[in-house]
Design a protein around this ligand. Structure first.
Ligand code: NAD
Length: 301
């Protein structure tokens, strides 16, 4: 089926979804937006989306649904259980779930959605909040070739790179591998910067040196974890916004599950999971809501 997609329902307008929905509206899609938080609805409205008081109302008339929700339990509750959106949206709707969830969640979504006459793909993203706002995300898709192709115009309005990793759930496997590597190089970058600072170096100078040396990596280049090195980094605004420690811990948990299921050895990933878990802490010292680059603070303690 290749009908033109014009009306897109968007569920989950948080750090990532807010920018993505704004880009869809700006590129000419009619966006029907919903989030549980009023402040996010107000922002979406200001960005050109039409807002609704429930997810059910948002998906009632649409060609496609995009969701950007915190985790697999919420995704399943929205589509299958509590809100049961699969029972409300028009038959043949293309569902593009961009949330990071377990591959099993995506496979279940595809199975139930297909049984109810919908087309479903998993399309988790990489790039962070800045790329979501700029419309330069990378999408890692899982689903049939035809459905990924059908989703392409919608994804292209929000991103710069669109990959099909394989069948349902394959996008999530790619995402888990990527984020395990991200956690490893973010922790490694924080560790190296702290070693330099503790030995008298200016973190800005050390960063400039490593950017032109073999230690160069994405965390150092785009997401420096040391406060004051990059003007617009999460580190320079008290580790607010961005990608929360809790979400990174979720992704590292998914990586451990995938490793267990496939009997893979992931010693670096396991170390990263433990570092982020130590950093998260608990009680009054819970850092789960900080941006994940705040792992720098673990090395400063
Ligand atoms: P977020 O917490 O900022 O946004 C999630 C939004 O979903 C919130 O606005 C929340 O109110 C809304 N929501 C929760 N339950 C809902 C429901 N039942 N109905 C409607 N709305 C609901 O999180 P985020 O940082 O935007 O991340 C979203 C997803 O994107 C996660 O799966 C995350 O792992 C993934 N991701 C995040 C980043 C990043 O840099 N933040 C990067 C890549 C992928």
């Amino acid at each position: 089926m290749s009908t033109k997609i014009t009306d897109v329902a968007f569920i989950g307008l948080g750090n990532m979804g807010g920018g993505m929905a704004a880009n869809l509206a700006q590129k000419g899609f009619r966006v029907r937006a919903f989030d549980l938080m009023q402040a996010h609805l107000d922002k979406a409205q200001a960005d050109g989306c039409r807002v609704f008081t429930s997810a059910t109302e948002a998906v009632r008339e649409c060609d496609a649904v995009v969701s950007m929700l915190p985790n697999g339990a919420i995704v399943e509750s929205v589509y299958i259980d509590q809100d049961a959106l699969f029972d409300v949206m028009p038959k043949g709707t293309l569902v593009i779930d961009c949330s990071t969830v377990a591959p099993e969640n995506s496979r279940r979504m595809a199975k139930v959605g297909t049984e109810k006459g919908m087309r479903v793909i998993d399309a988790p993203v990489s790039g962070g909040v800045a790329a979501a706002a700029a419309g330069t995300l990378a999408f890692m898709c899982g689903g049939t070739e035809a459905d990924v192709e059908a989703a392409r115009p919608v994804l292209a309005a929000m991103g710069a790179n669109i990959f099909r990793a394989g069948d349902h759930g394959a996008g999530q496997v790619a995402k888990v591998c990527n984020n395990m590597l991200l956690a490893i190089h973010m922790a490694g970058t924080a560790e190296a910067l702290q070693l330099g600072v503790n030995n008298g170096l200016d973190p800005k100078v050390l960063s400039e040196i490593m950017l032109k040396s073999s230690g160069c990596n994405w965390s150092l280049e785009k997401y420096n974890p040391y406060p004051g090195v990059q003007e617009n980094s999460a580190a320079s605004r008290g580790y607010t916004g961005g990608f929360m420690v809790d979400l990174m811990l979720k992704d590292l948990g998914l990586a451990m599950q995938s490793a267990q299921a496939s009997q893979s050895s992931v010693p670096m990933g396991a170390a990263a999971r433990n570092l982020f878990s130590l950093h998260k802490g608990g009680g009054e010292q819970n850092n789960g809501g900080l941006d994940f680059s705040s792992i720098q603070q673990l090395y400063q303690r």
